[in-house]
Design a protein around this ligand. Structure first.
Ligand SMILES: Cc1cc2nc3c(=O)[nH]c(=O)nc-3n(C[C@H](O)[C@H](O)[C@H](O)COP(=O)(O)OP(=O)(O)OC[C@H]3O[C@@H](n4cnc5c(N)ncnc54)[C@H](O)[C@@H]3O)c2cc1C
Length: 388
């Protein structure tokens, strides 16, 4: 059975200094009180335009982010590649506001697609829907509500961005993934992404949609997507994640009085996730799969499914991925065993990356066992190095 316990493999890219910084960081974010206070202070500082980079950059940012620019990420990309772990550089700007900043994000994202296509260590490109439209606009489009000319323009801008990015990915032969965010504007994102798949996935999966398996409807959606792909004779690219916005989803559902779209408990999410993986492996002739998870069982399950189907460990249609700064024990042990592994590395200016960093801090506080696991592994490696 595949083991994720080998901390020498997991952390060999980290110096002793990196290791102790990581331990300090995870100890700090293990405290919910500290994270809540930190979050409030950070939003206050942002609102007041106070400088915050000095506090964030050497700590959270250094641990979870590749740098401010593509060029700054290069060192990390090459470091990981020494251990057969590839990289995905994600220009992490979310919550698109004014047209000008969205246009700048678009230009940077195009650069990241081309950079990936030219770089042997970067096998995918990626973007977030809210980089190119506000949540309000995407929600209106999803609800087919009444629209002003301004909203219609914003929707067209979003469609044009997705089309341009997908076409650039296709022309440069590099897969592109579209992240998933909140369920209430996902219908429109799904619609646009499906059109891109029909257009650009005729020979193989270039465009990937993201399925958040904490949603109760996603397994049916997956089956329906496969049916459409078979009818339309194109390939599906699916990035599986559990989903990062559970609390927000439940809160909105209860405030607005509709049934929560989220699985009732963690166990149900886990089962749904694993069912999605199993379904995909049964249909690998038409689906390519990207497993974005820090869950040891789901990662192990995928390795078992690879065996069960008699596939090579480095089957090109199957990728594993974890976020940079998390679950190195999974990424580096899988890569060492010959599986296709990437780290998702966000990059961008400190201010723009803050929502991502706050999510990582909260996630590592709220998920039972997650921080404990990171800390225990880091400690285990410290002791091992001391003995040698
Ligand atoms: C490479 C990569 C890309 C990602 N991209 C996206 C993205 O595009 N969109 C996105 O939303 N997230 C994304 N995420 C984050 C992801 O959705 C999860 O939040 C995160 O990875 C934790 O889930 P896990 O599978 O790693 O494992 P675990 O730690 O085992 O699972 C935690 C997750 O389980 C679910 N869960 C926890 N408690 C409950 C409960 N009581 N009831 C129901 N469900 C519960 C939640 O989804 C929670 O995040 C990405 C993660 C990775 C690694």
């Amino acid at each position: 059975m595949l083991s994720f316990e080998n901390t020498e493999i997991a952390f060999r890219y980290k110096s002793n200094g990196d290791l102790s910084r990581a331990r300090m960081l995870f100890s700090a974010i293990a405290s919910p009180g500290l994270v809540t206070v930190g979050k409030t202070l950070t939003y206050f500082a942002l609102k007041m335009h106070l400088p915050i980079a000095w506090a964030i950059k050497p700590t959270l940012y250094k641990h979870f982010v590749g740098g401010e620019t593509l060029a700054e990420c290069e060192k990390t990309v090459m470091l990981l590649s020494n251990y057969k772990v590839k990289s995905i550089l994600d220009y992490s700007v979310e919550g698109g506001k004014d047209q000008e900043s969205m246009q700048r994000t678009m230009e940077e994202t195009i650069k990241s697609v081309i950079n990936a296509a030219r770089h042997p260590e970067i096998p995918f490109s990626v973007f977030k829907p809210t980089a190119f439209a506000s949540q309000e606009v995407l929600t209106l489009a999803s609800e087919n509500g009444e629209m002003t000319a301004e909203t219609a323009n914003a929707i067209q801008f979003f469609k044009d961005c997705v089309e341009k990015l997908s076409r650039t990915a296709f022309e440069n032969d590099i897969p592109i993934m579209i992240d998933a965010e909140d369920s209430w504007y996902q219908p429109f994102v799904d619609e646009v992404v499906t059109v891109m798949m029909e257009k650009y996935n005729k020979e193989k999966a270039i465009v990937y949609n993201t399925l958040q398996m904490y949603r109760t409807d996603r397994l049916d959606f997956l089956k329906d997507s496969l049916r459409k792909a078979e009818e339309g004779n194109y390939f599906l690219g699916i990035k599986f994640v559990r989903g990062a916005y559970m609390e927000k989803e439940r809160l909105r559902a209860s405030e607005k009085g509709y049934a929560s779209p989220i699985q009732p408990d963690k166990d149900a999410t886990d089962k749904n996730y694993d069912a999605g993986l199993a379904f995909t492996l049964d249909h690998l002739d038409r689906i390519s799969v990207f497993n974005g998870s820090h869950n040891e069982n789901s990662n192990r399950l995928l390795t078992e499914l690879i065996d069960k189907h008699g596939l090579a460990r480095n089957e090109p249609k199957i990728w594993f991925s974890q976020l940079y700064g998390m679950s190195d024990h999974i990424s580096f042990n899988l890569a060492d065993e010959g599986y296709n592994v990437t780290k998702y590395i966000p990059y961008g200016p400190v201010r723009n990356i803050l929502p991502y960093l706050i999510r990582r801090a909260e996630e590592n506080t709220s998920i039972a066992g997650q921080t404990g696991r990171e800390l225990a592994l880091l400690e285990q490696e410290r002791i091992r190095r001391k003995k040698n």
